[in-house]
Design a protein around this ligand. Structure first.
Ligand code: C5P
Length: 410
């Protein structure tokens, strides 16, 4: 969003105070945020707050023509890369759905050709009212994006659907709107995080995986338009917006979910650091300390990636990950072959800025056709973007091939 012009519309609801946080987040991301407030909004929050946070002018009046050479509402509409209205009240949505232009914000909305994001917030019964829903549907039909409110306690005392989407999630939603939809209509399943293999009710074997890479892939795939299932081991990361998260603990649980859903996927990305071994027996009681040494017999966990060879769909594109500390390339290529994957992403975990943890990654990607690509060190979300671009290209390639074959057979 860096250097983009965002027109932030604020309308008159109690959630207007959260628009200040949204303005601040967008400004920190490097966007130029121009605020347009309805009269109602100024009853809840002052224009000076927004001006101070964004360092940009704030508009409240359609007749406030500051520059005689320009027409404000057209100028704002044309300069916007995206218009976001947060919160969008029922009244504002009704006026917008009628195509009214009776204040500056509705006039900007009519005049702009930029994408529009509406983040409604209101009482639960207002949100469920058929007239309101019809108005919202009308706006959806003309291509406006709706950042759906959450369920929770509302300022009116009710609990239900109507809470403004959290500002950080609105930013993520805007990122999705601005991302080209290279994976539109694709179903993608991603595994992430470590697995835990129980020793007893309070102890387990696990590893250092934080899930960051898998979560970044899920977030980016959603932004690109895919419908995403994230099968996650235990991690401390917030679920990505728009993604269906299935939480699992052990390799066996992860296997069950992945295999059950494998055949319907266009792509499967196995970014989880699945434990290779588990204790042979799981004690139902906490193991007690005694004087002697103890040993745990370890048995192999199922290799999910290997089992996918049978369970996946005919055209499912499968990506594996490998974390190696030595002879990395040799093992990566061996794994690609043995596990029958289409693509294998190698991280050398000993290299600075690569492998486990939040922050950056640096990987080499190997393909089944013996080609490889180096992806330079960068934040994991950017690595995810590059990996998904490669996957979507290959999926497109498969589609083109299928089309060619059907032409041949005519
Ligand atoms: O054999 P290795 O564990 O190094 O292979 C790594 C790849 O295999 C990763 O994609 C990982 O998610 C997957 N894997 C698996 N089941 C296991 C172990 C690894 O699917 N039991």
């Amino acid at each position: 969003m860096k250097d983009m012009t965002i027109v932030l519309g604020i309308t008159g609801g109690i959630a207007a105070y959260k628009a200040a946080m949204l303005a601040s987040l967008l400004t920190k991301r490097g966007a130029k945020v121009i605020t347009v407030m309805t009269k109602g909004a100024t009853a809840f929050i002052t224009p000076l707050t927004l001006q101070s946070l964004t360092h940009q002018p704030v508009y409240t009046d359609i007749f406030d023509e500051r520059d005689p050479s320009r027409i404000t509402h057209i100028d704002l509409a044309d300069s916007a890369d995206l218009v976001v209205v947060a919160p969008a009240t029922a009244d504002f949505i009704a006026r917008a759905a009628q195509g009214m232009a009776d204040d500056l914000l509705t006039a900007v909305l009519l005049a702009t050709t930029a994408p529009v994001v509406l983040a409604p917030a209101m009482n639960v019964h207002m949100y469920a009212h058929p007239i309101f829903l019809q108005n919202l549907e009308r706006l959806r039909d003309v291509g406006y994006y709706v950042a759906e409110p959450g369920v929770g306690p509302l300022a009116c005392g009710y609990t239900g659907k109507g809470r403004l989407m959290e500002p950080d999630e609105i930013v993520e939603f805007m990122d999705m709107v601005l991302t080209p939809k290279r994976m539109s209509g694709k179903r993608v399943l991603i595994t992430a995080g470590p697995t835990r293999e129980r020793i007893d009710p309070v102890r387990y074997l696990s590893n250092d995986s934080t899930g960051t890479m898998g979560y970044a892939l899920a977030q980016m795939a959603w932004r690109m338009g895919a419908s995403v299932t994230l099968v996650s081991g235990p991690v401390a990361i917030k679920p990505p917006l728009g993604v269906d998260v299935v939480n699992v603990e052990s390799a066996a649980e992860m296997r069950e979910i992945v295999l059950a859903r494998a055949s319907e996927q266009d792509a499967i990305i196995m970014a989880a650091a699945v434990a290779d071994y588990r204790p042979g027996t799981v004690s139902e009681r906490k193991l007690k300390k005694d004087d002697g040494t103890r040993s745990i017999e370890l048995v192999k966990t199922p290799d999910i990636l290997m089992d996918l060879r049978e369970a996946k769909g005919r055209h499912t594109f499968v990506t594996g990950f490998a974390a190696e500390t030595h002879d990395a390339e040799f093992y990566a290529k061996k794994k690609l072959l043995e596990k029958g994957a289409d693509m294998l992403v190698l991280n050398n975990v000993l290299e600075p800025g690569a492998g486990f943890g939040p922050g950056t990654n640096k990987v080499t990607v190997f393909f089944a056709d013996d080609t490889s690509v180096d992806v330079e060190k960068q934040p994991k979300l950017d690595v995810a973007k590059e990996l998904l671009a490669m996957i979507s290209e290959r999926l497109q390639g498969q589609k083109d091939l299928a089309n060619d074959q059907s032409v041949d057979s005519v």
